[in-house]
Design a protein around this ligand. Structure first.
Ligand code: 8ID
Ligand code: ZN
Length: 396
């Protein structure tokens, strides 16, 4: 295992960036898929009767590329609903968990998955009270809708609303060209922010940004990110750096190490190569870390985190492996005053803040763009943990 001692905080931070969209292009895996946007903001859209969509009818069943999936027409939209012309969509590990049936929750079937959609408002249901206009750039996130009136919603815990609807799970999501979403929870995108860069922020970005806020750390404190080379992780290390924390990244392989180094993260532990707990202890002078934002989709990372946290350290549970348990000793939890906290996406304000930080150039999504038809292949590579950063699908 190779790791280095902490560089000074200033050297962990990437230099100020004026053209965020292109800076890391050369570091992305070679791909012919450069963003070629052909659909733009317009005062009206020709809405077809059918579209391309990716669906499945059964858990672990065939994934079908539908060529003539019905498009909800403007007059069919209910009050509060919005038709979005999806241009790009990220692929989150949650989409894979849904197809695999990994969780003790049932999704709708047949399902159009996807919950990192970016595109334009194409139609708005009658009697919808909203500032949105046709042609506005918007994002579809995991939380498609919530009541906004219950105690959870009033407190800003919108994702915990008993009436919450989830994109690509309980309602159809963004693996299609024309998606029905909800005016109250669509996220307006910052002016001029590239849609392909925005897509991964709408789940991965907002989730890790909220998880870091939940950890409530002070500047310079040490945050560990197990799963750092994946979709959530590569953004987590950057938000953490932008928030002034020291980052230790955990994942596997030289490609992920190189990707993380491109963000100035030099403390990388390959979890397949040795004793992770010992490595974190060594990198923190034997004291342990102030927080671990566990975004790994495997369960082992949780057990390790509890062992390398220092007293009053926070384990923020984000990654949701199937049948994962957090096995914490009551004695050590009490004596070390550990905080073990679940963090579930973020609210509307978190989404706006996460996007603003990215649009300001402080966080960069690293992604390859592939065709919407490639979803089954993306799932295979995600299962094999060979993806670096995110894959963004082109829905044009
Ligand atoms: O609101 C939430 N809590 C939320 C939101 C979005 C996603 C939770 N998630 C969950 C997903 O459902 C999934 O379980 O976060 C997890 C990670 O999602 P992702 O970032 O979209 O997955 P990915 O791109 O496949 O990255 C996972 C990374 O974890 C590494 C892999 O190598 C990969 O880079 N990894 C694994 I698997 N085991 C690891 C370990 N023990 C590990 N890294 C370090 N230690
Ligand atoms: Zn997600």
């Amino acid at each position: 295992m190779k790791f280095t001692s902490f560089p000074r905080l200033a050297s962990l931070r990437p230099p100020p960036i004026l053209l965020p969209a292109r800076r890391f292009l050369a570091l992305r895996p070679a791909s012919p898929h450069v963003a070629r946007q052909t659909i733009f903001s317009a005062p009206s859209y020709d809405i077809p009767l059918t579209q391309k969509a990716v669906t499945f009818d059964a858990i672990r069943g065939p994934i079908t590329i539908q060529k003539a999936w019905p498009v909800t027409q403007p007059e069919e939209l209910l009050p509060g609903q919005v038709l979005v012309r999806v241009v790009y969509t990220g692929v989150c590990h949650t989409d894979l968990h849904a197809w695999l049936g990994d969780w003790p929750l049932k999704n709708k079937l047949p399902l159009v998955g996807g919950h990192e959609g970016s595109g334009y408002v194409a139609a708005i249901g009658k009697q919808t009270n909203t500032d949105l206009k046709i042609g506005d750039a918007v994002g579809i996130k995991w939380l498609a809708d919530s009541c906004l009136h219950c105690e959870e919603c009033r407190k800003g815990y919108e994702s915990s609303c008993a009436e919450a609807k989830n994109s690509g799970f309980s309602v159809d999501g963004s693996f299609q060209q024309w998606a029905v979403s909800y005016a109250n929870h669509l996220t307006p995108l910052p002016d001029g922010f590239p849609l392909e860069e925005a897509a991964p922020i709408l789940c991965a970005g907002v989730t890790v940004y909220k998880a870091l806020k939940t950890a409530a750390l002070a500047t310079g404190e040490v945050v560990v990110v197990p799963g750092a080379g994946g979709g959530l992780g590569h953004l987590a290390v950057q938000y953490a750096t932008a928030m002034g924390y020291r980052v230790i990244a955990i994942d596997s392989g030289e490609d992920k190490r190189a990707l993380l180094a491109s963000y100035g993260v030099e403390d990388f532990i390959d979890y397949t190569q040795g004793d992770v707990v010992k490595a974190v202890q060594e990198l923190t002078g034997g004291h342990g870390a102030h927080a671990s934002i566990v975004v790994a989709s495997g369960a082992q990372a949780y057990e390790q985190a509890l062992q390398y946290l220092r007293p009053h350290g926070a384990l923020i549970a984000v990654g949701m492996p199937p049948d994962g348990d957090i096995k914490a000793s009551v004695f050590w939890t009490v004596v070390k005053s550990h905080r073990i906290i679940g963090s579930y996406v973020g609210n509307r304000q978190d989404a706006i803040e996460a996007l603003e930080i990215a649009a300001a150039g402080k966080v960069h999504t690293t992604f390859t763009i592939e065709d919407l038809d490639n979803l089954p292949s993306v799932f295979e590579r995600m299962r094999a943990a060979t993806l670096n950063g995110r894959v963004v699908l082109d829905c044009q």
